[in-house]
Design a protein around this ligand. Structure first.
Ligand code: ZN
Ligand code: ZN
Length: 266
């Protein structure tokens, strides 16, 4: 059995070694599973990759991404783990802290700290376009405000930034957002160590912002790769940003009937 464990860790090590044309991963599988799949850290900081909790979390992740469910860190699994992605977990964790939806249909937003990657006016228009994606698909309206207590505060920050979810430098986690609620609820943070662009190079701010605003409105991650709420970043998204599933999910939260039931709105 110990031999088996050793073989597995050797295999993992070999897979993690950077080969030709393969950039060194910026992640540690244990940390990935802790962050996105609620793997509990061991008291002494030691974790066996063959342990039952580790294996079951690898399986959860493989099920989510539609991979071969082996519980082992194979190439395909490591490749997905190494993909730039959203910082929000793929399994429920926020639901007990945050509400599920805003109890109003007019939502305010404000941009606090800007990135230097793009002119301010470009950031303004990309953020506005990202909100429009959801406004077009639902009964929601987004109003830009100049105050610091808007429902959704948009900030470009790096590493530790005061919310217990530090960013990680280039790649890895690109951004995260809090679900609807008071205070930090709805707030959306972008990792300013990424190269934000309006085009195909670096990370497209419009696409990432539209995804994050889905969380700020109460949506969770989707297993459907065609959905905007899929957790990993896709550079080329043409045509409709929202899948039928995205549209159905936002309307399940903010349908015209449900806003009549939940009066008063503001
Ligand atoms: Zn996300
Ligand atoms: Zn944050």
């Amino acid at each position: 059995c110990e031999m088996h464990v050793m073989l597995l860790s050797c295999l993992a090590l070999v897979l993690l070694m950077p080969g030709p044309g393969f950039t060194a991963p910026t992640f540690i599988p244990e940390e990935y599973l802790q962050q996105y799949y609620n793997l509990k850290a061991e008291p002494l900081g030691r974790m066996k990759r063959s342990g039952s909790s580790f294996t079951s979390k690898v399986k959860d992740m493989q099920i989510f991404f539609g991979l071969n469910v082996s519980g082992v860190l194979d190439t395909e699994t490591l490749e997905v783990m190494n993909s730039p992605r959203c910082g929000v977990p793929d399994v429920d964790e926020y639901s007990h802290i945050q509400g599920t939806r805003w109890n109003k249909n007019v939502i305010t937003y404000s941009i606090g700290r800007y990135t230097r990657d793009l002119p301010r006016s470009t950031v303004d228009s990309l953020i506005e376009s990202a909100f429009s994606v959801w406004a077009r698909a639902s009964s929601l309206t987004f109003v830009k405000s100049r105050t610091h207590n808007a429902d959704i505060m948009v900030e470009f920050v790096t590493y530790g930034h005061g919310d217990f979810y530090p960013f990680d430098g280039p790649r890895g986690t690109l951004a995260h957002a809090f679900g609807p609620g008071l205070g930090i609820g709805g707030d959306t943070h972008f990792d300013d160590d990424e190269h934000w662009t309006a085009g195909e190079t670096g990370f497209n701010l419009f696409v990432v912002a539209a995804h994050e605003f889905g969380h700020a409105l109460g949506l969770k991650h989707s297993r459907n790769p065609d959905s905007l709420m899929y957790p990993t970043y896709k550079s080329s998204r043409s045509g409709n940003l929202l899948s039928r599933e995205d549209v159905a999910n936002i309307n399940a939260l903010y349908s015209k009937t449900s806003c009549r039931i939940n009066a008063p709105l503001m």
